[in-house]
Design a protein around this ligand. Structure first.
Ligand SMILES: [Zn+2]
Length: 332
């Protein structure tokens, strides 16, 4: 199945909303995470949504975000052609200053199925205006747009109540009505964006209320949960039941990657690092004053890479079970 566009992704979300499951939105910046995530979704027969942030694109492009995006997307395209499941790409957290340099070329070159514009740190009216602009740009390409609403009130007085970090249901209705966004990222107490670093209570009831108000206004949308790493299975399932159809996952993969690498190299230390005090030249491969050489069966980066891919696959399969997307592919 080739890499698919916004029209097909909208069908997946419609099914998710109807049947009460969510897609994981999987961030990646390099190929081990990507391959592990793909393998997990193929094994579980779930369509897969991959996410590329501006930072990830910049990393992959050696500092050039657009070059990095093109490179990552062509890699995904080639892999997608080997899969039966639907493969989608979302541009994650694009900031308003990057609309012309990142979103516009991505739309023109068909590099994404959806895009998230993040103007949630701006005042409400400005967020609406910026989101409207991206929706207008994306429409002709059939690319879906995700907007985010997490208001901050009273900041100018220097006192911010915790309540101010939650999405207001009435404002959510107004925001969707005026912008026409296809997906709405809400702030219900997960550690993300404006609420990062604060101890907020998780408000499943609020997600439900936002979903109900949108439905009542004829504006039902898949809700999006950011900052979702660290939630329990029960919490994730309750949020999915309340209308969340997209659950972002980045931090979990980063940690699993680092943990797998650390565990592997600590266990294999003697195969990679020379004995203490023995200088070893990586060009001549000479160890001074000792009979030691590193073990290629260990230090070949593909050996660690396979371990990472397998670990990512395991954790992704577990999280697919949490959101309930396994066995629900529209294509496989
Ligand atoms: Zn996010």
């Amino acid at each position: 199945m080739p890499f698919l566009g916004g029209k097909e992704l909208a069908q997946v979300y419609a099914k998710a909303k109807r049947e009460g499951f969510a897609l994981l939105a999987n961030n990646f910046a390099e190929t081990n995470v990507l391959l592990g995530v793909m393998a997990a979704h193929a094994a579980k027969r779930s369509d897969v949504l991959l996410q590329i942030s501006q930072g990830a694109a910049k990393f992959a492009g050696g500092g050039n975000a657009l070059a990095g995006l093109r490179a990552l997307v062509s890699y995904v395209r080639a892999l997608a052609a080997t899969q039966k499941i639907g493969v989608f790409i979302n541009l994650d957290h694009v900031t308003p200053d990057a609309i012309d340099s990142f979103i516009v070329p991505a739309l023109q070159e068909g590099l994404c199925s959806s895009v998230m514009i993040d103007a949630s740190d701006r005042p409400f009216e400005e967020n609406v205006a910026i989101t409207q602009k991206v929706v207008e740009l994306a429409r002709p390409y059939g690319v879906l747009v995700e907007g985010e609403l997490g208001r901050i009130k009273g900041v100018e007085e220097g006192i911010v109540s915790d309540e101010a970090f939650y999405t207001d249901p009435d404002e959510a209705v107004e925001y969707v009505a005026r912008t026409g966004v296809d997906l709405l990222a809400i702030s219900v107490g997960t550690q993300h964006g404006v609420s990062a670093g604060r101890e907020l209570k998780l408000r499943v009831d609020l997600a439900k209320k936002i979903d109900e108000k949108l439905k009542a206004a004829g504006l039902e949308r898949p809700l999006v949960l950011h900052g979702a790493s660290g939630l329990t299975t029960d919490q994730v399932r309750a949020l999915v039941a309340a209308g969340v159809c997209k659950v972002n996952k980045d931090t979990t993969y980063q940690y699993v990657y680092a943990r797998t690498a650390a565990t592997f190299y600590i266990a294999q230390r003697a195969e990679v690092l020379p004995p203490d005090g023995v200088p070893f030249d990586p060009i001549t491969f000479e160890a001074q004053g000792a009979r030691w050489s590193p073990n290629k069966k260990v230090f070949d980066p593909r050996v660690l890479g396979k371990e990472i891919q397998a670990a990512i696959q395991r954790v992704a399969e577990e999280m697919i079970d949490q959101v309930g997307s396994g066995g629900r592919s529209l294509y496989a």
